[in-house]
Design a protein around this ligand. Structure first.
Ligand SMILES: Cc1cc2nc3c(=O)[nH]c(=O)nc-3n(C[C@H](O)[C@H](O)[C@H](O)COP(=O)(O)OP(=O)(O)OC[C@H]3O[C@@H](n4cnc5c(N)ncnc54)[C@H](O)[C@@H]3O)c2cc1C
Length: 488
């Protein structure tokens, strides 16, 4: 029996499979398609997701499919900036550039190539999972090998449904799929341009009342436009190639590039009511779908995988009770809702700025906060496996500060592996009781000394930070006790 079966080898399923390998879980992943989907989809990768991939040893394999992002802006119909942000080549507290442009097929190929490192992880393409049956101690799948035309049974201790927005795993578990309010049609055009064609390097939202338009720079010669459909416009007329080139005329002509895709999509905001049903977990688009205005669809799914796999590994090792697995929904569901709402409000702001051109009435200030560079922060963790405490750092990611472990010194992630870390200004074992030191050691925790004058302000003397394997700060302050959910 496998520890984990994964249905869907899109980016989220494959990151989950790689993480299973890293954490010592055996895994089998299935995808009904013979290869990765070869058109661009997701366009952005945020710093925290780069960090997740780096810690899983995956970042090097995906970087060839990326390019640094220079910034993003909202413009009025005359091209004046309403609100915007620039990324001047800096690294964030996670230690990576704030945002990369990505070409999803290249990313997916890179992620798949890394699976070879793990003997305990298997990827089966051209395999369609047709039935799922949940038992007390396992999940049984019926899998059809499309190349051989044969079916077989596979059993696993847990199942991850990373099978995309129309997830059959979600449906078979009867988990409801609830709308969060955005539902509008846009024409998405992906172009491979001639090298001589110059296009705006910034991602742009052109807030034109005649028709809102989005421009998305992508790596290499790829470029994307999105045109909102107006009342009465049909899919057929918008996807017609003459119409497509008419829409692109302000930027380029048909001799200057090749259309890769011109398809009308309905941008949804939807969320599964729960991300767990017994031994079955939902991740990625199977669990949430967001309008693309923040480039967060793929990123939100990778964060799901990161949140779930270390917990499954802890339960398998006997370092966590089954209740630890409930924290997956408790943590990821509100985060995903907040992310989808953030993107939805960014979409509403485009419409509100477009209306302003007609009515002269500016968008309400609380909506402007959602514009690029606006004051609204992306959500951080506030529920689940977190200690009570005063520190505002609880639930945030541990900054990539310099730390020391014995004679090894370096950025936090380079010194700490995929384990819990106990961090203090001096050797944390001098602060912990003997029982606590032994308990943390038994859990495989690393004891870390802060070695960074810039980060010392985070800690009062005698404070200890307990940092989860996913780099989330569980507690920061005098608390040093092992969380109850980790004790059996
Ligand atoms: C036009 C477009 C533009 C987008 N733009 C952005 C963007 O700018 N930023 C962003 O972050 N995201 C964007 N996205 C969304 C992004 O592509 C998805 O969030 C991402 O692909 C989700 O990954 P996933 O692994 O959850 O699901 P998917 O990539 O959908 O993978 C699911 C996989 O499951 C397989 N599968 C399903 N059922 C079965 C079964 N029964 N048996 C075997 N295999 C099965 C499918 O073949 C598929 O390969 C965009 C999507 C589209 C379509």
């Amino acid at each position: 029996m496998h520890d984990v079966a994964i249905i869907g080898a899109g980016p989220v399923g494959v990151v989950a499979a790689n993480l299973c390998g890293q954490y010592g879980l055996s895994a089998i992943a299935f995808d009904r398609e013979p290869d990765v989907y070869d058109l661009p989809r997701a366009a952005g990768m945020y710093d925290d997701v780069q960090r997740i991939l780096a810690n899983a040893g995956l970042l090097g394999a995906v970087l060839p499919g990326t390019q640094e992002h220079v910034g993003a802006e909202f413009l009025d119909p005359d091209g004046n900036r309403l609100i915007g942000i620039e990324f001047p080549g800096l690294k964030t507290s996670n230690g990576f550039p704030p945002l990369l442009s990505i070409a999803q097929p290249e990313i997916e190929k890179g992620l798949r190539s890394c699976l070879d490192r793990y003997e305990s992880v298997e990827l089966c393409v051209s395999h369609d999972v047709r039935e799922i049956e949940q038992h007390e101690d396992r999940v049984e799948l019926t899998v059809h090998d499309l190349a051989r035309g044969k079916s077989r049974g596979v059993s696993a201790r847990w199942l991850i449904g990373a099978d995309g927005a129309s997830s059959s795993v979600r449906k078979s578990c009867r988990i409801s799929w609830d709308s969060l309010g955005y539902d509008r049609e846009w024409l998405v055009i992906d172009v491979e341009r001639e090298p001589s064609v110059e296009l705006p390097p910034f991602a742009q939202q052109i807030c034109d009342p005649a028709r809102p338009v989005t421009l998305v720079p992508m790596p290499g010669r790829l470029y994307r436009w999105e045109f909102q459909l107006g009342a009465g416009e049909t899919r057929e007329e918008m996807e017609d190639s003459n119409r497509v080139w008419e829409l692109l005329a302000p930027w380029m002509s048909s001799e200057q590039g090749r259309i890769l895709r011109a398809v009308v999509y309905r941008f949804h905001s939807t969320i599964a009511a729960t991300f767990r049903r017994g031994r079955v977990f939902l991740a990625g688009d199977a669990a949430h779908q967001t309008p693309p205005f923040m480039g967060q669809g793929l990123c939100t799914g990778v964060r799901d995988a990161e949140n779930l796999i270390w917990k499954l590994a802890a339960v398998k090792r006997g370092n966590g009770s089954d209740l630890l697995l409930d924290t997956y929904t408790q943590e990821r569901h509100p985060m995903a809702v907040a992310m989808v709402q953030h993107s939805t409000n960014t979409g509403r702001l485009i419409d509100a700025y477009a209306d302003m051109t007609v009515t002269g009435k500016p968008p309400p200030p609380d909506l402007i906060e959602y514009g690029y560079g606006g004051s609204k922060q992306l959500p951080t963790l506030t529920t689940g496996l977190l200690a009570d405490g005063e520190s505002e750092w609880i639930g945030q990611l541990m900054p990539q500060c310099r730390v020391r472990n014995g004679t090894t010194s370096g950025p936090f992630d380079d010194v700490v592996g995929p384990h819990w870390a106990v961090v203090a200004k001096e050797d944390p074992r001098s602060i912990l009781s003997e029982d606590e030191s032994r308990g943390w050691k038994d859990l495989g925790a690393t004891f870390i000394v802060l070695d960074d004058p810039n980060a010392e302000g985070l800690f009062a003397d005698g404070d200890v930070a307990l940092v989860r394997p996913d780099r989330v700060i569980f507690s920061l302050g005098p608390n040093t006790a092992i969380p109850g959910l980790l004790a059996q």
